[in-house]
Design a protein around this ligand. Structure first.
Ligand code: RUQ
Ligand code: CUA
Ligand code: CA
Length: 645
């Protein structure tokens, strides 16, 4: 604890609460909610008082951040949906929700998990149903070129089942999903920004994935109580093929992941370096660490055949343990000690630093990239020497974002605040300069922020305009809607010296991390090319029914306001595949296709083709109808499926 900030009385109350947290930490972070309650009277608060508090910060400038009818937002925000399994697209500053991209979830608007094309991406069980129906998206990160976004892909993790998905940014649709072997609880994800060796490759070719929960690497029900042998792995996935290139077995676990701007290092903060299998055992150590991966060395080791494989997985796995990497000059990994139970690691836009937060320590730990490289060269005595600052910033620090002007913004979960601290001042203070004051501003948020992120803050073009605080609790901020509250995304203008809260946006539970990208970096397509779909029915005249034994294929088109066939007949027990091409070319002219009682519902966008396969096991008349309002005669847009008994 090298420096204090705030008035003496603020310091006192902070210290008092810190003691409380230290002694109560084992009782769980629910203490955070209790700590929050002392700041706000909760739902029972007098409306007038809470209204005053609500608008205090925004002042009279709120209109400045409004997006008038017909006007477009300046930024896109891509947000993970959390345990809803999707990725969402919002506009900023308006906070308007534009789209939910189904990824790991089922989606009956789009037909995700229902159409053959989506099931192929999700993966199926032997009976043809989707392998998983649940997902938990946490972190969305786009591909890079020259240290900034290239508008090509977004990568997102599924924490539950250890999957990584890729979304094409031209159509904003998921196009690949890969399940990582040996992984349970896949939390942090980050694309690389360039190749560590080949200078010509200045774009994303790898995605790094941090495995969180330690498990028996061959997890077959034997030796389940040998918790000392549980391990976590860090994975590298090829950004194009989406195949797993290599994995590293480590000591402790991975939490979040960051990558360096020079392509040389990836890193992950580690809580539970104790490798505890029970809650109480996960926080006994005074320090945890941030683990760094030397990408070039790992790939050389894999090339040289210095790897193992586990179970049925063929992915090469190298040893990243402390014992196996004692000599820095050949080490694949470097464990930099940081304060207790960190959550989050973020790279600064200048490529120089990584900020790791304490969570159970009121500090952020700043690690210098060049010093970690020095450690790998054998020039540092101790990895801890790579730490260049550890400012005391407040209680429950989680994630840090940057403004590109030398300031860091850390979410304080327990304090319900965003703290702005100056990186250079923090470094000076750590060196002993008593005049250096790292903390430059604080702002209350409502309540309990998880992630916070800045516009372009994860690129070298951080623009320092907006910070969005994704808060886990909203209590009195919105009209009550029953026991499940919305969450609050609070927009903060960070362009001046003082942070200004300028909008509350409600969000459906529960976004974890997002990114904010100016609209000019995104180029979407509005109409598909019919030729991209090998099974397209290119003309309404091609509509027909083909039978091969019990397999029946119905070739169908949609063109407002009709389907290409008015009716078709199949027999009970047939395996029916319906292929539907939307022949409409007009932007925004989407049709839907639903079959009552057969549990089928999906859409086809202009010039798109999708298909579904099902067993016609219920005889009778079924009206297949257009679900998506497309025309004045939309209601008439239907066809009969006749299933003969
Ligand atoms: S996490 S609220 Cu999954 Cu990014 Cu920290
Ligand atoms: Cu086509 Cu409604
Ligand atoms: Ca919540």
């Amino acid at each position: 604890m090298r420096q204090k900030s705030g008035t003496p009385s603020e310091q006192l109350s902070v210290i008092g609460r810190r003691k409380f947290i230290n002694t109560a930490a084992l009782a769980g972070l629910t203490v955070g909610v209790a700590a929050c309650n002392d700041k706000s009277a909760g739902p029972a608060a007098a409306p007038a008082a809470s209204t005053a508090a609500r608008v205090a910060n925004a002042g009279s400038e709120v209109g400045k951040y409004e997006v008038a009818p017909g006007q477009l937002d300046d930024y896109y925000s891509f947000s993970s949906g959390g345990h809803s399994g999707d990725v969402r697209i919002y506009g900023l500053p308006s906070g308007r929700l534009f789209k939910s991209i189904p990824v790991f979830n089922m989606d009956c608007l789009v037909g995700w998990g229902i159409t053959n094309e989506s099931k192929k991406i999700i993966g199926t069980k032997p009976d043809g149903s989707p392998k998983y129906r649940t997902g938990d998206t946490h972190h969305v990160h786009p591909s890079y070129k020259d240290g900034t976004y290239d508008g090509k892909y977004i990568f997102v993790n599924d924490k539950i089942h250890g999957r990584i998905a890729r979304i094409r940014m031209d159509t904003m649709e998921t196009d690949k999903i890969t399940e990582l072997p040996l992984v349970q609880g896949f939390h942090g994800i980050f694309p690389d920004k360039r190749d560590p060796v080949d200078a010509a490759i200045n774009h994303t070719t790898r995605v790094f994935c941090g495995g969180e929960f330690s498990i028996p690497l061959v997890n077959d029900g034997k030796n389940m109580e040998a918790t000392k042998d549980y391990r976590s792995v860090f994975s590298c996935v090829d950004a194009e093929s989406m195949e797993v290139r290599w994995q590293v077995v480590i000591d402790g676990n991975c939490d979040l992941v960051a990558s360096s701007y020079d392509g040389k290092l990836a890193c992950s903060n580690q809580y539970n370096t104790e490798n505890g299998a029970r809650y109480e055992d996960m926080m006994s150590a005074e320090m945890d660490s941030c683990i760094f991966f030397n990408v070039a060395r790992i790939e050389a080791a894999v090339k040289a055949g210095k790897f193992k494989t586990y179970g049925s997985s063929k992915v090469p796995v190298v040893d990243g343990s402390k014992a196996g990497n004692a000599d820095p000059k050949t080490a694949l990994t470097c464990y930099v000690p940081v304060s207790k139970n960190p959550h989050g690691v973020n790279a600064s836009p200048d490529g120089k630093y990584y900020a790791c937060s304490g969570k159970l320590s009121p500090t952020a730990t700043l690690i210098e990239h060049a010093l970690v490289l020095k450690w790998f060269d054998g020039e540092l005595k101790d990895a801890r020497e790579a730490v260049v600052a550890e400012p005391e910033i407040g209680l429950g620090p989680l994630h840090t974002a940057f403004d590109g002007r030398g300031n860091a913004y850390t979410t304080l979960f327990l304090d319900s605040q965003i703290v702005k601290w100056n990186v250079e001042a923090a470094i000076k203070s750590y060196k002993g300069d008593k005049t250096a004051k790292p903390v430059v501003d604080r702002i209350d948020v409502m309540y309990q922020p998880g992630h916070g992120f800045t516009s372009m803050g994860e690129t070298k073009n951080a623009d320092g305009k907006y910070f969005l605080s994704d808060n886990k609790f909203s209590k009195d901020r919105f009209l009550p809607v029953g026991p499940l509250h919305p969450e609050t995304a609070q927009l903060i203008d960070i362009s001046g010296d003082k942070m200004k809260l300028v909008a509350d946006h409600s969000v459906y539970s529960e976004p974890h991390d997002s990114i904010i990208i100016p609209r000019n970096l995104i180029r979407t397509r509005q109409v598909y090319d019919i030729n991209e779909f090998p099974n397209a029915v290119k003309d309404a005249k091609e509509c027909r029914v083909e039978r091969k034994g019990k397999k029946v294929t119905v070739y169908l088109t949609s063109q407002a306001p009709t389907f290409g066939l008015r009716e078709w007949t199949v027999k009970r027990g047939d395996e029916v595949t319906i292929i539907l091409t939307n022949l409409d070319k007009v932007e925004d002219l989407t049709h839907g296709f639903a079959i009552p009682k057969y549990d089928i519902n999906f859409i086809v966008n202009p010039q798109e083709t999708k298909s579904v396969t099902f067993i016609a096991d219920k005889p009778g008349v079924y009206w297949c109808y257009c679900t998506n309002f497309c025309h004045a005669l939309h209601l008439e847009m239907r066809s009969r499926m006749l299933v003969e008994a």
